[in-house]
Design a protein around this ligand. Structure first.
Ligand code: PLP
Length: 390
């Protein structure tokens, strides 16, 4: 059976060039980058080079990059690190209702510790009201944490404008760039962002490596104490093979940027058009244009997303649904609910997230299989029989 992987916002396959770049560091290049002898010096060179490549992708300076274990760790470091460093100034944080749980649960943790957190609502595209953001800032606000692009819908936030408001009010701005880095162009020399989090495995490295951009001079406490690695920002012997892999992935993302954009957009739009043309009662979730080039989130009304996901899986197609299965009950996505979508729309959502390995044949295969499955599921759906009443 054909296998089509359309869940690249969850994770991506490892790029062969990334794996190749990593291999020597599992074999001969085993040194500790902190050692001053030859074994250490050799790997230190590659550590520095990887840092330069990650920085170059976002037009940052190498000394502004800190390697972490994953995107979740970067988000935690940013939010808790600023909250700790600036607790004398105040204990108020602003975020949105549609963040990834790495941000939401970190904010909730701080909420339990006595911090005040404002969760900004979003409109039907998943975007915040900038005036509401401005009004939410108080003298005791220490951090604004708003994602660059949403992982479920792909909606891209106005990071430039958010950063300008943060600057004007003297508040630090962290953006969760996990889904954005490598997919859209990011210039940190121009963007008023203080901290940005990213993750390797969304960028074709193996899982277990992340990074953070911290603009020079930003006040932030370290969460991991020990040695003086990463300029005392994150102690622990550096994970050289994975760091080298992330460097390579960023180098490739920069090198192939336009090619990738064109490829993803072309395939995604073919899929979108094909769905609209062949399947009735569908809705796009997310912004029609301000959206990641690889993400297509659609609701297939009167069908349960989870059933659709399982049926697609039986045909070899891997996607993600807008619901998370928690203790046996289907919880509609917090992102779609925050966008004002009804339970029917939210529960019938499917996210197709494309990647480097996808082809036109993949799209044609999905467009051949999907209408058939939808028809079958609708034929047995009581909701479909009673349609018109929601
Ligand atoms: N933030 C966003 C927007 C994400 O999509 C993800 C992963 O899905 C994360 C953070 C967490 O990244 P990691 O899986 O590297 O911990």
């Amino acid at each position: 059976m054909r296998r089509v992987y359309l869940d690249n916002n969850a994770t991506t396959p490892v790029h062969p060039e990334v794996l190749e770049a990593m291999m020597p560091f599992f074999r001969d290049q085993f040194g500790n980058a902190s050692s001053i002898h030859w074994a250490g010096r050799e790997v230190k060179k590659y550590l520095d080079e990887a840092r330069e490549k990650v920085a170059a992708l976002m037009n940052a300076a190498p000394e502004e990059i800190v390697f972490t274990g994953c995107g979740t760790e970067s988000d935690n470091m940013a939010i808790k690190g600023v909250a700790l460093a600036l607790q004398e100034k105040g204990r108020h944080i602003i975020t949105t209702q549609v963040e990834h749980h790495a941000v939401l649960h970190t904010c909730q943790f701080l909420g339990n510790m006595g911090y005040e957190v404002t969760y900004l609502p979003v409109d039907s595209y998943g975007l915040i009201d900038l005036e509401e953001l401005r009004r939410s800032i108080k003298p005791q606000t220490v951090l604004i944490s708003i994602m660059f692009a949403n992982n479920e819908t792909g909606t891209i936030f106005p990071v430039q404008e958010i950063g300008e408001i943060a600057r004007e009010k003297g508040v630090l701005f962290h953006t969760d760039g996990v889904q954005a880095v490598g997919k859209i162009s990011i210039d940190l020399k121009k963007l008023p962002v203080d901290i940005l989090s990213l993750s390797g495995h969304k960028l074709n490295t193996p899982k277990g490596i992340g990074a953070q951009f911290i603009r020079g001079g930003t006040k932030i406490s370290s969460l991991i104490h020990g040695g003086s690695q990463e300029r005392n920002r994150r102690a622990g012997t550096e994970n050289i093979p994975y760091i080298v892999g992330l460097g390579k992935a960023c180098e490739i993302a920069q090198r192939d940027f336009q090619k990738r954009q064109d490829h993803l957009l072309r395939l995604r739009d073919r899929l979108h058009q094909g769905i609209i043309q062949t399947i009735p009662h569908v809705e796009l979730n997310g912004h029609p244009t301000k959206r990641l080039p690889n993400t297509l989130n659609m609701s297939f009304l009167y069908v349960e997303g989870e059933s659709l996901l399982l049926n697609l899986d039986l045909e070899g197609i891997a996607v993600s649904s807008g619901s998370a299965c928690t203790s046996g009950s289907l919880e509609p996505s917090h992102v779609l609910l925050a966008m004002g979508k009804s339970h029917i729309v939210a529960q019938s959502a499917i996210r197709f997230s494309l990647g480097l390995t996808n082809t036109e044949e993949d799209m044609e295969y999905v467009l051949e299989v999907l209408p058939r499955i939808i028809k079958r599921l609708r034929d047995i759906s009581p909701l479909y029989q009673k349609r018109g009443s929601h």
